[in-house]
Design a protein around this ligand. Structure first.
Ligand SMILES: Nc1ncnc2c1ncn2[C@@H]1O[C@H](COP(=O)(O)OP(=O)(O)OP(=O)(O)O)[C@@H](O)[C@H]1O
Ligand SMILES: [Mg+2]
Length: 631
């Protein structure tokens, strides 16, 4: 019992722990992914805000009067200086003025190079055609960068750093750059387009946006000396602006995104949120594409949270959970073993008691210490032991009586046989001489009457003596295979015609296909005759005699049951009816030998006879004979 309850507890505990830790693990990771998705939204907003900011500044600059005036007067000398001031003040990387056809008038960063047409530039042509301020991230080729300034081209130029898992490439260097570029139209007083002003900030090696994301979203929190959150802008798959650090503490410019992310974000144009190995740490990362004016994908915006923190959190929570589960299990084990002991102790007592009873010690009693179902069971056990003892005693008493009775009958039998034997010879002589004397006596002789009486009484004595000898007969019955039903039928056919049975109904319920028994048919018929005659004599007036034959419950003997509706037998007489000469019938009607003789016959057949009677209602005799194979 203890073992099975322990097994259940341990299995349940283990399953709960396993499922629990799994749920905690996936729950924490899912939470981290949700967070990084929100962080990516924030990063996108900061990036967009940066663009809007640039656009507003360019738009406001384009509205300034001195630019219009200078353009209208074609006085570019002063303008060059003023625009250069604006570029510095607003910290634009480039600020360029074109005429209404897109030809460069002033390149503030590199005033020496001008006169070229920017009309083919996507952004410039969009501003020229829409006459609206426009902002977008664009890729600027190396030669264009060089026009703006050799230093700018140098800032954009990034050597590839071999990155495991990145998409293999032949290239070793990126010379173009990604630029946040905004342009705005300059209108004359009559509303006509005088030219456009465009400005740009090179993103390559410019960490303003990514650091702003880190500071705003992650508040520059560190975990174990590492930034908890990082942000990156990729040009294509190349890190051009990032705060992901390399082992040597420098920014991981030049490393590339994994091929997996490349396929998902750059090729398919879908966001990618999962754990990713970034440079040298695992991050829960989110990537989404950056598109240019024509909606073409030119790069990736990335944010990532250090996975280590979540892993530690998961491990810590799992450890706490495990601790609680283990403590729960131990507690359950202790409680269940206490409970089991509480139940097992009284059960053990019951087992000891049942062993005691089995060994015959029916005085043994179970002591109940508590008031519960087990105590009730113990009480029931005690009651059972008491009634067993009582039954035992009654059985002993009955057996004793039976033994005494059969001993008494045996003694009586011996005595009767001795007396009968002794009387038989003189009785024979009396009979013989009385008959001889009768033959010699004349019919009219007055002594003849007395002699006849002597002969009749002597004959009666002879019959009694024969009965006595029958009762005490020691010889074995002459047995053969016989059908009890047949013997009964034969007995009834002789009896039924007699006057005594006129008012008596005989009901027979003979069991079908009863096995045969070994018996002396003559003797058994004598037994049945006596029992049925006794019944008939016990019935005054109308009555019934029911005869049933069947297999005994034990299956080892045949039972014949005779029930009558006669006067019944009183309790006192019940003990004596098998005694020889016990009769309640008037002198001359019964000798009292019928049942005594029957008893002897049945005993010699190894059978038994039993009587139950309720005075005034009737009597039942049950005779049992063992089956052939049981003899
Ligand atoms: N079915 C019965 N109903 C009532 N009393 C019975 C019944 N069978 C036997 N007895 C009682 O048992 C006594 C003994 O019966 P038993 O057959 O031995 O002798 P009997 O019938 O008196 O005389 P006998 O059988 O010699 O003519 C009877 O006198 C009677 O009192
Ligand atoms: Mg009789």
């Amino acid at each position: 019992m203890i073992i099975s309850s322990l097994t259940v507890i341990i299995i349940c505990g283990l399953v709960a722990t396993l499922v629990g830790t799994r749920l905690i693990g996936t729950g924490i990771i899912r939470q981290a992914q949700d967070k990084v998705r929100i962080d990516l939204n924030s990063a996108r907003e900061i990036y967009r805000q940066e663009g809007e900011d640039l656009k507003d500044k360019v738009r406001l600059s384009a509205l300034r009067f001195f630019i219009k005036d200078a353009l209208l007067k074609n006085d570019l000398g002063v303008l060059t200086e003023e625009l250069a001031k604006i570029r510095k003040a607003e910290s634009f990387d480039i600020l360029t003025l074109t005429d209404s056809s897109g030809r460069v008038l002033i390149r503030t960063r590199n005033p020496l190079v001008s006169g070229d047409s920017q009309a083919n530039d996507d952004l410039v042509s969009r501003v020229l055609s829409s006459e609206q301020a426009v902002v977008a991230a664009v890729i600027v080729q190396a030669e264009e960068l060089r026009k703006e300034g050799a230093d700018l081209a140098e800032q954009a130029c990034i050597d590839f750093i071999p990155t495991p898992k990145a998409k293999p490439t032949q290239e070793v260097r990126q010379t173009s750059g990604m630029m946040m570029k905004a342009g705005a139209p300059i209108h004359g007083y009559d509303g006509s387009l005088l030219g456009i002003l465009y400005a740009g900030k090179l993103i390559n090696r410019n960490y303003k946006i990514v650091d702003k994301v880190k500071d705003t979203v992650y508040q520059a929190v560190k975990y174990k000396g590492k930034d908890i959150g990082t942000a990156t802008i990729f040009q294509g798959d190349l890190r051009i602006s990032t705060n992901v650090m390399r082992q040597d503490g420098t920014r991981a410019i030049g490393t590339r995104v994994s091929e997996e992310v490349y396929e998902q974000v750059l090729v398919k144009g879908l966001p990618w949120i999962d754990r990713a190995f970034v440079v040298n740490n695992w991050y829960i990362a989110a990537y989404e594409p950056i598109r240019d004016l024509k909606d073409e994908i030119i790069g990736i915006l990335y944010v990532g949270i250090l996975e280590e923190k979540f892993m530690d959190m998961r491990n810590k929570t799992t450890a706490i959970f495990l601790g609680i589960a283990l403590a729960g299990m131990i507690l359950a084990l202790i409680v269940s073993s206490f409970l089991a002991k509480g139940i097992l102790k009284p059960i053990r007592q019951l087992i000891i008691a049942s062993h005691q009873w089995a060994d015959g010690n029916l005085d043994y009693r179970v002591e109940a210490t508590q008031r519960d179902e087990i105590a009730e069971l113990a009480e029931t056990f005690n009651i059972m032991a008491s009634s067993l003892k009582e039954r035992d005693e009654r059985l002993k008493e009955y057996t004793q009586q039976q033994i005494m009775k059969s001993e008494r009958l045996a003694t009586l039998g011996q005595l009767a046989a001795g007396v009968a034997h002794e009387i038989n010879n003189p009785l024979g002589a009396i009979l013989m001489y009385s008959h001889l004397s009768l033959e010699e006596t004349q019919i009219e002789d007055p002594r003849r009457k007395n002699l006849e009486k002597v002969a009749a009484e002597a004959t009666r004595c002879k019959n009694i003596v024969r009965g006595l000898l029958d009762f005490a007969r020691q010889s074995e019955p002459n047995v053969e295979e016989a059908d009890v039903n047949e013997i009964l039928k034969r007995t009834l056919s002789v009896l039924q015609n007699q006057a005594q049975f006129q008012n008596i109904t005989i009901i027979t319920k003979f069991g079908a296909s009863l096995p045969k028994a070994m018996m002396d048919c003559g003797q058994i018929q004598q037994v049945f005759t006596n029992i049925i005659l006794n019944s008939a004599e016990a019935i005054e007036g109308q009555g019934e005699v029911t005869i049933v034959t069947r297999m005994a419950e034990s299956g080892r003997s045949i039972e014949i049951e005779f029930t009558d509706t006669g006067c019944g037998i009183s309790r006192d007489n019940l003990e004596k009816i098998f005694d020889p000469f016990f009769t309640t019938k008037e002198v001359g009607r019964g000798t009292g030998l019928g049942l005594a003789v029957s008893y002897g016959i049945i005993a010699r057949h190894k059978g038994s006879i039993e009587v139950n009677s309720s005075p005034g209602k009737g009597t039942t005799f049950i005779v049992r004979f063992p089956l052939k194979e049981e003899v």
